[in-house]
Design a protein around this ligand. Structure first.
Ligand code: BGC
Length: 352
């Protein structure tokens, strides 16, 4: 009898150690666009990791078109997915379709971007987005030695897409760091354009950022006024800003400090060539594996691991979240972060 109990106990331990088998359950993954490197990586990582875990996957990209994303999600619901993972385009536009998901008992994970204004979102996985903005602000403070230098330094501000909740957090994080130096007169803003709604680039477009930077240069810097720093929330904008600076004849001598986020390949190359000062590395492999883990926990009825239950209020409820740590990247650590970790090959970062 004793032996039998020991065997049964050993069996129970063994079974609980085996990850819940997914048995081909269908998971819907909705991504905003495949025009940006990061979302391609997110989509591929999610699909590969879900398939490795035994799930079947419907993966869709919506070309930054809100209506298309909604219809893709509707189709996923019709296909009877068991969980929806959504990186939204307009975080506030999914209330109706997610109500349908809820009526069909489909749990929803908001991926990287919070889904707002609805109760029908169950979890959120992302990076600490406010911290991303703080890193960008801290970098500017250090690069210009704002603690000690008198300045004044000229700064221009850019914000991300206003329909993306993250964009507000990035901006707030950076401004919270920079504001004391603005108040002290060390940072001045020749264009007077600082309000988030004014500096935001709807849709995160590189060309739109380039056009706005062209206007700023023509309007406020064409007479030789030095431009010391441009706050850019991410790499797609930083790329447009760098293109504009190059076209306007900025060189190594007068190139401003320029921030970014995502460590996209063209931007990492710009970091190597001195055309971008920093970026933020958000390892999409980690975000995908955390999200896949969450899918498994939801489907097997286990407790879902979260690490933030206070900060991500979507206007209707606080969404339980798992936030990964973003990492700061610049010329000094990009090799270790991006090449040694196997994220990129050296060849990918070589201009051909
Ligand atoms: C993401 C950033 C990305 C931006 C534009 C944000 O929601 O967090 O990593 O650069 O969208 O796609």
């Amino acid at each position: 009898m004793k032996k039998l109990i020991v065997v049964l106990f050993a069996l129970a331990v063994l079974i609980s150690a085996v990850p819940a088998f997914a048995e081909g359950e269908l998971v819907g993954v909705a991504m905003p666009t495949n025009s940006l490197q990061r979302w391609n990586q997110d989509g591929q990582n999610m699909k590969a990791q879900l398939e490795t875990a035994g799930y079947e996957v419907i993966l869709e990209y919506a070309n930054n078109d809100v209506a298309l994303q909604i219809s893709q999600i509707e189709n996923m619901i019709l296909s009877e997915v068991k969980v929806l993972v959504i990186a939204s385009i307009d975080g506030g536009a999914l209330g109706d379709v997610l109500k349908t998901a809820s009526e069909n008992s489909i749990p929803v994970i908001a991926y990287d971007r919070l889904i707002t204004g609805t109760e029908y979102v169950d979890y959120y996985t992302s990076f600490d987005n406010y911290r991303v903005g703080k890193f960008q602000g801290d970098f500017i403070v250090e690069a210009l030695d704002l603690e000690n230098a008198e300045g004044p330094f000229n700064i221009e501000y850019f914000g991300g897409s206003p329909d993306d909740n993250n964009a507000h957090l990035f901006y707030q994080g950076a401004i919270d760091v920079l504001q004391p130096y603005v108040d002290a007169g060390k940072l001045v803003n020749p264009s007077g354009q600082k309000d988030f709604e004014t500096v935001a680039i709807l849709g995160w477009g590189t060309d739109d950022a380039q056009a706005r930077m062209d206007n700023l240069i023509n309007g406020y810097y064409a007479d030789g006024t030095p431009l010391d720093v441009v706050l850019s929330p991410n790499d797609s904008l930083a790329l447009g800003i760098a293109n504009s600076l190059t076209a306007a004849g900025f060189t190594e001598e007068n190139w401003p400090v320029l921030t970014g986020q995502d460590c996209d390949i063209p931007n990492t190359i710009n970091i190597i060539n001195g055309k971008q000062s920093m970026s933020i590395f958000k390892d999409t492999r980690t975000l995908a594996s955390k999200t896949v883990e969450m899918v498994g926990q939801i489907l097997s009825g286990e407790e879902v691991e979260v690490n933030n239950t206070t900060d991500y209020d979507n206007g209707v409820k606080v969404v339980p979240s798992y936030l990964n740590d973003p990492v700061f990247a610049d010329i000094n650590n990009y090799k270790e972060l991006l090449i040694d970790s196997g994220y990129y090959t050296e060849d990918q970062l070589t201009v051909k």
